[in-house]
Design a protein around this ligand. Structure first.
Ligand code: MN
Length: 433
């Protein structure tokens, strides 16, 4: 599965071995932070110096004293910027490559260039693991790679499945039967869960009724539930999700098995991912990174950031769902100076409004940031829709078919929404034939 990718990863490993110092520029989300940590750990095990910088996106040529630049979870979509870099560059990314970067100093590790679908089968943390694997015995990092897989909502197929298998074989990952939810008291786990989002936050009475119908008090420990109790709980959660309008695909993601990371600071893979993701969102990437490289002095801070983030997110969802508007083929929401758009868009699109593409727009001064989400049941390519519609209004956009984004001029929001709606309608119509 990963053999073709391994050819390019071996070239990347060779460049890393040759370099005296390495500067890793990585994305600020869970996949970016965990891939940065995987690469940094592998590099430090070679006793080389490294720096890590977290980026929201690749807008300019990265500035560094190091002899090798690693772009992680970014770079594939920006051949124009990458071509301007004169130093040796290793790209470890899974976003759809734009054009080909044919330069001697560039090594490009990307599943899309190796016969794998980067949207589902391998993310940046997985690609980083393959590079680390070429650098030495780094089997333990397979557990860190799971953070990226879960954070980027990948499927446990293809390259991901191969890496997880490796982690299981080497004892760093354990797969158990059960529900892939957080650890902790049942009441709190159900209230705070955002993957899946169960819509219990601020609805205490509904939650108590849900629990008592199943014979629970809410004080039960998630990790200590009996098989029969898990089955009952799973059925009730599925029913609730379908009733609230969730995409059916989310069900298989949390039912059946849970992943325990045996050598990490946080054993529950879902919680680990959420904590790292929250750190990234809260502009505390270095805390998430520290947890991924097993520095336990940051663990408590990470948990605190996560709890706060989770509650703010749930409150934001409750407010924003009232503001959602409907186009012909899309749903959209226009916000002003919202702290972030992605997580809210993800929850609304996956768990409440899953039947149409969902576009979240956040206006900040002259420019507006767009996050769009769909699911495989909706036959659109949002990466393409964002790119075309953004270009039409003088912006820039792109991404994956089910998750994409754009930056557009604020005064063009209305025109942009119309254009996206038109493009999505056209995509939906043509896919019927
Ligand atoms: Mn990613």
């Amino acid at each position: 599965m990963l053999d073709i990718l391994r050819v390019e990863a071996a070239k990347a490993a060779e460049r890393i071995r040759k370099a005296d110092s390495v500067h890793i520029f990585t994305h600020y989300d869970a996949d970016g932070i965990s891939s940065g940590a995987i690469l940094a750990t592998a590099v430090s095990r070679l006793e080389k110096q490294f720096h890590v910088t977290f980026f929201k996106g690749l807008n300019t040529v990265p500035d560094t004293e190091a002899d090798l630049i690693i772009l992680s979870d970014m770079g594939s979509g920006y051949p124009d910027i990458v071509s301007q870099i004169e130093k040796d560059v290793v790209i470890v990314d899974h976003h759809t490559p734009v054009g080909r970067i044919e330069k001697e100093n560039v090594v490009h590790v990307n599943p899309h260039l190796a016969g794998l679908d980067g949207t589902y089968e391998l993310c940046a943390s997985g690609a980083a693991f393959v590079v680390a694997d070429c650098l030495g015995n780094n089997d333990d990092l397979s557990a860190v790679a799971m953070v990226g897989m879960l954070g980027d909502k990948q499927k446990m197929v293809g390259g991901n499945a191969e890496i997880v298998r490796r982690g299981v074989e080497s004892g760093y990952i354990e797969i158990k039967k059960g529900l892939n939810l957080h650890s902790g008291k049942l009441r709190e786990v159900l209230t705070l869960s955002t993957e899946p989002f169960l819509d219990f936050y601020g609805k205490e009475d509904e939650l108590e009724e849900f629990l008592s119908k199943l014979g629970f008090t809410g004080e039960e420990e998630m990790d200590e539930l009996e098989e029969e109790e898990i089955r009952k709980l799973a059925n009730a959660i599925v029913l609730r999700l379908l009733k609230q309008g969730a995409y059916e695909g989310v069900i298989e993601e949390f039912i059946g098995r849970r992943f325990l990371l045996k050598n990490e600071l946080i054993e529950n893979a879902v919680t680990y991912t959420d904590v790292v993701n929250a750190c990234g969102r809260a502009a505390a990437c270095s805390v998430g990174f520290a947890i991924c490289v097993k520095d336990d002095s940051y663990l408590e801070k990470g948990y605190r950031i996560w709890k706060k983030f989770q509650i703010e997110l749930l409150e934001e969802v409750a407010r924003r769902r009232e503001e959602v508007k409907e186009g012909e083929c899309i749903r959209y929401i226009v916000m002003e100076n919202a702290p972030s758009t992605g997580p809210v868009a993800t929850i609304l699109s996956r768990y409440i409004f899953s039947d149409k593409p969902f576009i979240a727009i956040n206006i900040k001064n002259e420019s507006a940031k767009v996050s769009s989400r769909a699911n495989p049941r909706i036959r659109v390519d949002l990466g393409e829709a964002m790119r075309v519609a953004a270009e039409k209004v003088g912006g820039r956009g792109g991404g994956h078919s089910v998750a994409a984004g754009a930056m557009i001029p604020s005064e063009k929001v209305e025109e942009f929404v119309k254009e996206v709606d038109r493009i999505c309608c056209a995509m939906l119509n043509s896919s019927w034939s």
